[in-house]
Design a protein around this ligand. Structure first.
Ligand SMILES: [Zn+2]
Ligand SMILES: [Zn+2]
Length: 373
């Protein structure tokens, strides 16, 4: 028997919008470019709208409204609310409600609205096609008190049409008449919104599937530098799920996180305040805990081995020794963090190095005897 498709639960308006914009971009843009070419104006306009609307989601919807990772004045709020609406990802209030629910119940099929445990496509965009549950919005009571957020919640669709479709078309018209207006509408309007949406969606799908978990392997969220490139730094998702209130997602100085740099710049201009940072010692503690668990699992794994080579025997003995040192270091740091004792950056570097050495040793063991790992 064919299971009955829940037609009554389909979100027809949103589903149609997603499908129509996707195919308009896929078909309309190549036809336009074939007929009229692609000039520098259209490319720059696309980049501007991609950054303005994409960062309104990452800096505004995500880090400012959903996580309160920093505070901002009316100017920053209004800008990110208007250009965030132009990404057509619902109102900031609804977005934040879903997102807080995702963090609270991550990987729990019934409560995480875009849980990866329901499959890649579901986490990516499948969940948007359906009316999952009436949003109680109880988890965004703080945002409901913000008149700007509520104003955008009431008007986000017309705002999105104006800022995300009419504005690029109008700029195109001013630049080069009707043909440029059509190009701007298709490229900086439709194709741009499809790109921004899928970049956001990839955080929920790809960043819960592919990448490393240096802070917590107990969650499906992963760090992916590749995704960070396309999402203004949101790809460091394992860190983010471990420390969701930190205004940084790429916490290392070399990690690509333009959203973090933009928030820092706003703070220097006096437009953002109360930037929240997790203390370095807590971050190192999470890294050590993760490495300690991995080393212990590897050692446990090796208990039943018949050690067939001196090389492997030596590598295993070294891992045992390093892991012992790591466990001691971990407990020492855990106590210091618990007692709020300041730890010097030299000591943190030493512990980090020890963690890295244990990681190298695990890798060496796996290289020497892959069948045993
Ligand atoms: Zn996530
Ligand atoms: Zn988040």
């Amino acid at each position: 028997m064919i299971p009955k498709f829940p037609l009554d639960r389909v979100n027809w308006f949103t589903s149609s919008f997603l499908i129509v914009t996707f195919f308009t971009a896929l078909i309309g843009v190549p036809i336009y470019v074939a007929h009229h070419g692609l000039d520098l104006f259209q490319v720059l306009l696309f980049i501007f709208f991609f950054i303005a609307t994409g960062m309104s989601i990452t800096l505004g919807y995500h880090r400012l409204f959903a996580h309160k990772a920093f505070q901002a004045g009316r100017g920053v709020k209004l800008t990110t609310l208007i250009f965030g609406a132009a990404a057509f990802e619902d109102s900031a209030l609804d977005w934040a409600s879903d997102h807080r629910q995702h963090h609270k119940h991550v990987d729990h099929e019934d409560d995480d609205p875009y849980s990866i445990s329901r499959g890649f496509f579901w986490a990516h965009m499948g969940w948007i096609f359906f009316k999952l549950y009436p949003r109680p919005l109880a988890n965004v009571a703080d945002l409901k008190k913000d008149p700007l957020v509520m104003w955008q919640h009431r008007h986000h669709r017309p705002l999105g049409v104006l800022a995300g479709l009419a504005l690029p078309a109008a700029i195109g018209w001013l630049y080069g008449g009707a043909t440029s207006a059509l190009g701007a509408f298709l490229i900086s309007g439709i194709a741009r919104l499809v790109c921004v949406q899928h970049c956001t969606f990839f955080i929920n799908s790809l960043c819960h599937t592919i990448g490393k978990r240096p802070y917590d392997s107990g969650t499906s969220a992963r760090d992916s530098w590749l995704m960070a490139l396309f999402t203004f730094g949101e790809g460091y998702h394992n860190y983010h799920h471990s420390f969701q209130h930190d205004y940084r997602n790429g916490v290392k100085p070399w990690q690509w996180d333009p959203t973090k740099w933009a928030i820092w710049t706003l703070s220097k201009l006096g437009l953002a305040t109360e930037l929240r940072r997790v203390p370095e010692a807590k971050i190192v503690l999470a890294e050590l805990r993760e490495m300690k668990d991995r080393a212990e699992a590897q050692i446990e794994n090796g208990k039943g081995w018949k050690i067939p080579s001196p090389n492997l025997e030596e590598a295993y003995a070294t891992l045992l020794e390093l892991s012992q040192q790591l466990a001691e270091g971990y407990h020492e740091l855990e106590k210091a963090v618990g007692d709020r004792i300041k730890v010097s950056s030299a000591a943190l570097s030493r512990w980090r190095q020890l963690g890295a050495d244990v990681g190298d040793q695990i890798l060496l063991l796996r290289t020497l005897q892959p069948g045993l790992a």
